[in-house]
Write a protein that binds this ligand. Structure first.
Ligand SMILES: NC(=O)c1ccc[n+]([C@@H]2O[C@H](COP(=O)([O-])OP(=O)(O)OC[C@H]3O[C@@H](n4cnc5c(N)ncnc54)[C@H](O)[C@@H]3O)[C@@H](O)[C@H]2O)c1
Length: 317
């Protein structure tokens, strides 16, 4: 197959591109390197075509040779990272929404299958757990905080995808639940596992937001990539949504403690825990509803947290 991967230089995208190349597909990456890096693809750079352009602009897609031969578009380009949601709400909305509309239009024009990378944040502050079925999304008043610039952009992206499905496009939606693994950036903009590891290694402490009782289902990159690929490659999945997440939940306090122990084991120094105020709108709990995913292609997360954390930490040493 010939695949276009937007956001293919980022954390999830680069691993997906590697897996697609490994499976024998021709891959074109469209990424403006806003947060992703070409270096993430250095081991396969000879085997792919890299277009460094903005996925929001239709003109960027004109650089693709023979666009009618693209079989599938995996759309991952987005602004991701909680601090951005608050600081740059309008930029988050602009990029996430416009890149989705433009890539969707490209897929429609060239009759390519489309896989949209949404997020559990598309459900906003819904407290229904497990999350990701037919329940309604819950967004707080816009005057309270602007965090849902991200979640709402994913929600609107899902609406756009379902509209395209209604008009005949073969499109699917995936929702990764808190991915982690090598290449995950640990700067101030996220995400949690690598932020904790980076500050443990470089500053000697780990920041826990609030009292640390909020839980997440952390999912290792290889599991997410295999789920995204299966969602893209399976037949008869038009209009389906797939939550991809581990069923094992961990509180952020327990995560910090576990990372702290692993850092001591690997470096001989035990980082301390520091408690700080969290971001407004952070959900208390997030675990995936896997009913549809397991029914359609028997996916579940295989890599256990301790093993995944150790692999991630070692990639940072
Ligand atoms: N990592 C997770 O746990 C997670 C969870 C849910 C959803 N997602 C979604 O998965 C996708 C990938 O996330 P990630 O964690 O790899 O983030 P990431 O920031 O590492 O990757 C996003 C990529 O998009 C690129 N990009 C940003 N704006 C662009 C633009 N205008 N044109 C072209 N490229 C642009 C960035 O340079 C980056 O390479 C995103 O859509 C994100 O919302 C990720």
């Amino acid at each position: 197959m010939r695949a276009l991967v937007t956001g293919g230089a980022g954390f999830l995208g680069s691993s997906l591109v590697e897996a697609l190349v490994e499976s024998g597909h021709d891959v074109i990456v469209l990424d403006n390197c806003w947060r992703g890096r070409r270096e993430n693809l250095k081991e396969i750079e000879e085997k792919i075509v890299f277009i460094e352009e903005d996925a929001c602009l239709a003109s960027s897609y004109e650089r693709i040779n023979n666009p009618d031969s693209i079989d599938i578009v995996y759309h991952l380009a987005a602004i991701n990272g909680t601090k951005w949601f608050h600081e740059e709400a309008r930029m988050v909305m602009d990029v996430n929404l416009n890149s989705t509309l433009t890539s969707l239009q490209f897929a429609e024009k060239h009759n390519a299958r489309y896989v949209f990378t949404s997020s559990p944040e598309a459900y906003g502050e819904s407290e229904i757990m497990p999350l990701g079925g037919n329940e309604s999304s819950v967004f707080s008043a816009a005057s309270h905080h602007q965090r849902h610039a991200y979640g709402a952009s994913k929600y609107l992206g899902e609406i756009a995808v379902h509209h395209a499905v209604r008009n005949g496009l073969d499109a699917r939606i995936v929702r990764p639940f808190n991915g982690y693994g090598p290449r995950l950036l640990g700067d101030a903009y996220g995400q949690v596992v690598s932020m904790m590891m980076k500050s443990a290694l470089e500053e000697g402490f780990i920041v826990v937001h609030g009292d640390g009782s909020q839980t997440r289902s952390l999912t290792y990159i290889d599991d997410l990539v295999s789920g995204i690929q299966q969602a893209g490659e399976g037949d008869g999945l038009t209009g389906s949504s797939f939550n991809l997440g581990s069923e094992f939940e961990i509180s952020m306090l327990e995560l910090a403690q576990q990372i702290s122990k692993l850092v001591e084991q690997e470096t001989g120094t035990l980082p301390e825990l520091v408690f700080e105020k969290g971001h407004p709108g952070d959900s208390k709990r997030r675990c995936p509803n896997l009913a549809n995913t397991m029914e359609q292609f028997a996916w579940s997360a295989m890599i256990d947290l301790e093993q995944g954390l150790l692999q991630t930490l070692r990639s940072m040493l």
